[in-house]
Design a protein around this ligand. Structure first.
Ligand SMILES: Cc1cc2nc3c(=O)[nH]c(=O)nc-3n(C[C@H](O)[C@H](O)[C@H](O)COP(=O)(O)OP(=O)(O)OC[C@H]3O[C@@H](n4cnc5c(N)ncnc54)[C@H](O)[C@@H]3O)c2cc1C
Length: 421
């Protein structure tokens, strides 16, 4: 086998890196994950993620972890309410009783990031993740790499996999491609003990998700199993707004002042999200890698997940792509018919580039219309009739097609019943 007696260093222990570690370790490959976090519990993991049958769930199935997933996912957490900017419910999936099952193509069960990370961590041998290992630099050494971490440690690896997320430090060793500014900044926050801290939004959320639209802005709220919830505003800003605005994002009063001004047409109901002094806010400027992403394959280094194909989260594909990358990369590297490493890596990258071209375009399409004046109507029109005319994005073109319920389902959407006029 190609990877026999080779040391694999995965930089970054997010869902992509850990899935790859599990899949390689199942084949007795010598793999380590170098993660900057001090330990598994040091950072509160973000909000819920929905995993898709053909990507995230397929990777978990191959990793032998689907039964574990079934005991940790949160049935009902995917139920969505669409509201206007006054928190008036316009569409409500909680009214609908029918739910999908595992194996249904459109089933998108939700799991919190923490439990997903735990499932993956518990599936690999305990010494696989080397915590407190923030990548600093590396240089070629023979056919491999000499990697140096911020803590002063250095190691040798035959193959390096950059799984270090959107601001990847490994990316520049693989490609000159740079993320492109999308014009949108998200502001992410988390509310602990939501029932008492933000009781009205907690009630509106009902253990599921809220998508609110208005005045070219978005607000997405998603419940977590520990009684907290995460939320993220999205609005048009200049690049580097997070630095230029002068806002101290650790000071909720300053953030509330910003929200009142920036979301001035939005109802007072939402201010609850910004009134708690303990809420932590993280600005997330949104970039997208070039949609025609391509590079010449190397024989000893590649990228996966956000490090390779960073895109905004407005199609809910990021984690699913990261886990599918891990699956396809593990298969390409361990395929007995592949005779050289560069060929294996090229084979994986070819699949990833092709997939990203389509998924990235759909994501950018969503990012644009969700931050336009037609967002709410556009979203609701997807649910308003059984058969409707709707501009949707397929491949490289915007085409007008007739959407039938099965197509809505294909897109992870549930048709019609719950429009509230
Ligand atoms: C607000 C928000 C909401 C989102 N919602 C969704 C959603 O609903 N559905 C969805 O599919 N996706 C969503 N995403 C995107 C999703 O989170 C990412 O696509 C996914 O986490 C990518 O996985 P990854 O393993 O590639 O990278 P990450 O999850 O970013 O993991 C990277 C890991 O690398 C580590 N690391 C970083 N730098 C270094 C370094 N120098 N040295 C060592 N380690 C390092 C990090 O600590 C981290 O553990 C959302 C993103 C945001 C910001």
């Amino acid at each position: 086998m190609l990877l026999q007696n080779k040391k694999i260093a995965i930089i970054g222990g997010g869902p992509g890196g850990l899935t790859l570690a599990r899949l390689l370790q199942m084949q007795d490959i010598d793999v380590k994950v170098y993660e900057r976090d001090l330990n598994a519990t040091v950072r509160i993991q973000g909000g819920a993620l929905d995993l898709h049958t053909e990507s995230g769930l397929a990777a978990l199935t191959k990793a032998g972890l689907i039964e574990k997933f079934k005991t940790h996912y949160r049935p009902g957490a995917d139920l969505m309410r669409i509201t206007d900017n006054q928190a008036k419910i316009k569409y409500d999936q909680h009214i609908e009783v029918k739910s999908l099952n595992f194996g249904d193509k459109n089933h998108r069960p939700e799991i919190d990031r923490g439990p997903l990370r735990d499932i993956l961590l518990n599936s690999i041998s305990p010494d696989t993740v080397v915590w407190n290992s923030k990548f600093q630099t590396m240089k070629k050494s023979g056919n491999g790499w000499e990697i140096v971490f911020e803590n002063g440690n250095s190691i040798f690896a035959d193959i390096v996999i950059g799984a270090d997320g959107s601001n990847s430090k490994i990316r520049s060793y693989v490609t000159d491609a740079k993320p492109i500014w999308t014009g949108i900044t998200m502001l992410e926050g988390a509310i602990k003990d939501a029932e008492t801290t933000a009781p009205n939004i907690h009630k509106l959320l009902k253990g599921g998700k809220i998508f609110a639209f208005g005045n070219d802005k978005t607000l997405i709220v998603s419940s977590k199993g520990d009684g907290s919830f995460g939320f993220a505003t999205g609005c048009k800003t200049e690049e580097f707004w997070d630095k230029k605005s002068g806002i101290n994002f650790n000071d909720s009063k300053q953030v509330l002042t910003w929200f009142k001004k920036e979301f001035t047409e939005w109802g007072k109901e939402w201010q609850e999200l910004f009134e708690n002094e303990k809420t932590l806010f993280i600005p997330r400027p949104q970039y997208c890698m070039p949609l025609d992403l391509k590079w010449e394959a190397h024989s000893n280094i590649t990228l996966l997940g956000d490090a390779a194909q960073w895109m905004p989260p407005y199609a809910g594909e990021g984690v699913n792509m990261a886990m599918l990358d891990a699956l396809q990369l593990s298969e390409a590297l361990t395929n007995s018919s592949v005779t050289d490493l560069k060929e294996g890596i090229a084979d994986y990258e070819k699949q990833m580039f092709k997939r990203f071209e389509k998924i990235g375009q759909g994501t950018m399409f969503n990012t644009k219309w969700m931050h336009s004046p037609k967002a709410l109507n556009e979203m609701l029109s997807m649910f308003s009739t059984n058969i409707l005319k709707q501009s949707v994005f397929i491949g490289k073109m915007f085409v007008s097609v007739t959407l039938v319920p099965s197509f809505l389902k294909l897109m992870g959407l549930k048709p019609q019943q719950n429009i509230i006029s």
